[in-house]
Design a protein around this ligand. Structure first.
Ligand code: NAD
Ligand code: MN
Length: 476
């Protein structure tokens, strides 16, 4: 008997990865004048493609193209015409969604069920949402005049989603952009460049320059950019803030986080367990707003941890292209080394380390879902952003102790609250120093909702009406 199965819908064969990629400048792919680098599949360590490393001269050419397109075309175009391009891009993203999801999973290591069901739909939603604003800016209250050329630098954890958060509002408001994707995940940005061609977007409105930190530095430091939008580590964010200080560039920074996920004794525990798992194991924990500190009320701590361990034992770690996979590959060898180092420090500092039995693939970069109990506020694993599938558990007795512990961090991006009482949710939302507070849910992303940080998590908001403010000359 033979079985002729059709290939999986999300099979690797639906993407066409080229051997090498140039830069996307002025509507065309051009060779870089510098060197090149390789991007790999972190689940297999297979080299996927050779990608150009943009030099200072390449960055300059991209900024010039963006400037020309802004002055001559994009800023003069009526909002309702700009909207048509954004709607067209949104629709093409939906049409090519499967291809984008597979490519994202191959280049990044994230599970296909996440890239397919979360990343790509939310990417399309952002373009649809901001397309809708393009002809309604006079109602926003944030002005109607664009800033000019936006320099945008993004990280590797949500490559296409971060691109959408940056490009959609910028274009809706009449700006042109030069975007630099992260060095380990450039491929979906380059496919997005093809989508811009397919949508007939005027040349120079979107430019993509690939490269590492030096390329990013050349871009944000370029004298002719009007706006810098950065998502990434707090360390690089601070360096960028210093680099643009004293210029009249507008800046938004979305940086790191160390969110508290707070479970009160009246919370529905099974639901909370799902939220805790989603909060820290979604995207291998490579999430700036990950619920990496579980604060659980002392009276229910034992019961909750028993349930949580049982649930963690059912998580499947492995092939990101398998649609049953819950936890995929760690994005890079460097990130894996950092996760290992911080976890070893956690153990050395005396916290209890636990992972379910799980067999990890022998090639690629992997880390099991991990729990640290008996963590105190002084422990490095309670303070530093691990950016991996590692959860620290702390306990509290009273609501005010929960607030104090939750806010005891240099970060302030997000928080979660699990309780049956509406009044407690409202109280906690006001008391927590975090840009987003989720109640009885976690990691919900919607283009209508602003996102951003307090303290060392950065400044400025992306998403929603507030996201327009960052791309308009206000009050004029
Ligand atoms: P990173 O800061 O090293 O890199 C981010 C991007 O900045 C990359 O494209 C990189 O090439 C570029 N870059 C590096 N040095 C630069 C410089 N001097 N000037 C300009 N650009 C430079 O961050 P990472 O380690 O790759 O990413 C993980 C970090 O990003 C985590 O700390 C995480 O919390 C943060 N992050 C935050 C958010 C958010 O929305 N707040 C989202 C995703 C990731
Ligand atoms: Mn890669």
């Amino acid at each position: 008997m033979t079985f002729d199965y059709a290939p999986a819908l999300e099979s690797r064969s639906i993407v066409d990865i080229k051997a090498s990629y140039g830069l996307f400048v002025n509507g065309e792919f051009v060779d870089g004048s510098g060197t090149s680098f390789k991007t790999i599949n972190p689940a297999t360590e297979e080299v996927l493609a050779e990608v150009a490393e943009a030099s200072d001269a390449d960055v300059d050419a991209a900024v010039k193209a963006a400037r020309r397109a802004h002055t001559r075309v994009w800023s003069r175009m009526p909002g309702k015409e700009r909207a048509k391009y954004l709607y067209r891009i949104a629709r093409i993203i939906q049409e090519r969604g499967r291809e984008l999801a597979v490519l994202e999973t191959i280049d990044n290591g994230k599970p296909i069920k996440e890239s397919r069901d979360v990343d790509i739909p939310v990417v399309a939603a952002h373009f649809f949402y901001y397309a809708g604003w393009a002809d309604k800016l006079e109602h926003s209250g944030y002005g109607t005049r664009s800033l000019g050329v936006a320099a945008q630098v993004i990280p590797w954890n949500f490559p296409l989603l971060m691109l959408a958060w940056k490009i959609a509002p910028a274009l809706a408001c009449g700006n042109t952009v030069v975007l630099k994707p992260a060095e380990t995940t450039p491929l979906t940005a380059l496919l997005f460049a093809e989508i811009c061609q397919q949508a007939d977007l005027p040349p120079g409105v979107v430019n993509i320059v690939t490269g590492a930190g030096a390329t990013g530095q050349a871009l944000v430091g370029h004298a002719d950019v009007d706006k810098v939008a950065f998502t990434g580590s707090t360390e690089v964010g601070k360096a960028i803030a210093r680099a643009v200080a004293g210029t009249d560039k507008k800046v938004t920074l979305e940086l790191g986080g160390k969110a508290a996920n707070i479970v009160f004794d009246d919370a529905p525990l099974d639901q909370a367990v799902e939220g805790i798992v989603d909060g820290i194991f979604f995207n291998q924990g490579h999430v700036c707003c990950a619920g990496s500190r579980l604060l659980v009320q002392e009276s229910i701590a034992d019961e909750l941890l028993t349930k949580l361990k049982r649930r963690m034992s059912t998580l499947r770690v492995g092939d990101p292209l398998d649609k049953n996979t819950d936890i995929g590959a760690i994005n890079s060898a460097e990130q894996l080394a950092r996760i290992r180092e911080l976890s070893d420090i956690g153990e050395a500092e005396g916290a209890g380390r636990w992972s379910p039995e799980c067999e990890l693939p022998t090639t690629g970069f992997w880390f099991p879902p991990t729990l640290f109990t008996g963590v105190t506020q002084a422990h490095r694993i309670a303070r530093d952003e691990v950016f991996g599938p590692v959860l620290s558990v702390l306990t509290f007795r009273t609501p005010s102790e929960a607030v104090d512990k939750a806010n005891n961090t240099p970060y302030g991006l997000s928080a979660g609250v699990w309780t049956d009482k509406g009044s407690r949710i409202l109280h906690m939302a006001g008391a927590l120093r975090a840009g987003v507070v989720w109640a009885n849910t976690f990691n919900k992303f919607d283009p209508t909702s602003p996102f951003g940080g307090f303290k060392e998590s950065g400044y400025g908001r992306e998403g929603g009406r507030h996201g327009l403010e960052a791309y308009l000359k206000g009050g004029e």
